[in-house]
Design a protein around this ligand. Sequence first.
Ligand code: UD1
Ligand code: UDP
Length: 375
Amino acid sequence: MKKVLVVFGTRPEAIKLCPLVIEMRKHLDELKVIVCVTAQHREMLDQVLNVFNVEPDYDLNLMRKNQSLFDITTGCLINVGKIIEQEEPDMLIAQGDTTTTISAMLAAYYYKVKVGHVEAGLRTNNKYSPFPEEMNRRMSSVISDLHFAPTQQNKNNLLLENIPEKNITITGNTVIDALFWVRNKIMSENRKFSVFDKIDFEKKIILVTGHRRENIGARSKCILSAIKNIALKNKDVEIVFPVHKNPNVVKNVRNILNGVSNIKLIEPLEYESFVYLMDKSYFIITDSGGIQEEAPSLGKPVLLTRDTTERPEAVEAGIVKLVGYDKDIIIKEAQKLLDSVDHYKKISSIQSPYGDGSACRQIVQKLFNEFNIIK
Ligand code: UD1
Ligand code: UDP
């Protein structure tokens, strides 16, 4: 029996690791899975744990209002370290590029515990964009022993950094496993969500999210005024904006978008209702990493309000368009999607490059090989 400690802390890590926890727990005779949440996010993390019905073995409850990178880094490092000391796992698994990710990996390294990195090999090659995620993911690759790369390009990035090929497995992204699992659940249960009672689904829905640190401040003002302009110009459109709980995000959003009748500002949605909303939307304006990966599987065009992306596959395919934070470009690209049916149809029929929803099974298979488990 091998012991695997899975550590995560934010909403997207939970969405991308809960399906893996569920998959690993199907193999009770071979794997003992311990879940530790740092709770770098609190409410937004709990929403995901509820949906997947995953109960953590350890909850570090670290989130503080307006926390700094130093607070989370030191809190995670010290407290995950204590759990590693107590549990003595054979491997620690973390996902992506957050502060929880890199701090948990560093703690594992200090105890000479092997590390598996889910969603490995994403790069912008600009160390401040996104900040601090690009550096977190580079450092994660240096520490990790097993690298689960979503795509061939991610694998190529790792090879360029001299990661041994035998330690890299291309799996697709586990977010697609999560997305399909939730979408099937919603459809089979024919779910309706009261949170959308005030949304007019007869109109074209534009879904908006935003939270990146490098966009907070002047850039967010440009992005938000573009969104306001789109709403005022297109009365047949309803803009739905679940606002991230970061107080610095909330402030600007409320200041600029409050009071526009066809803009609905709502609380962060549970993953099930969010997937429903993505599916009902016409297109999406976002700076999110996970949404860039999910939207192509649902055939939804994305305008990406960033100047770089570590997920070039969907941009190259054409379903995600980098629009930066230039107000005029955002308005122009949104209007094109709204006005030209041919343009919209062409873009929304592009295939997703992020996998077929079997990433978790492939990761478990690789763990079996690593642990010499024959099944
Ligand atoms: C973090 C990750 C980012 C990821 C994002 C997903 C880092 C450095 N950043 O950014 O990579 O894309 O999560 O959303 O790891 N808050 C709440 N309740 C919540 C969540 C957040 O109140 O459930 C507020 C708190 O005041 C908190 C603040 O948001 O201090 C910022 O949270 P933090 O995790 O530091 O940064 P994010 O911008 O959420
Ligand atoms: N998401 C959600 N509710 C929301 C907004 C987003 O469940 O109100 C999901 C979304 O489907 C995706 C993930 O959260 O899987 C993305 O999280 P976020 O944008 O906060 O972080 P990132 O992916 O940029 O790290």
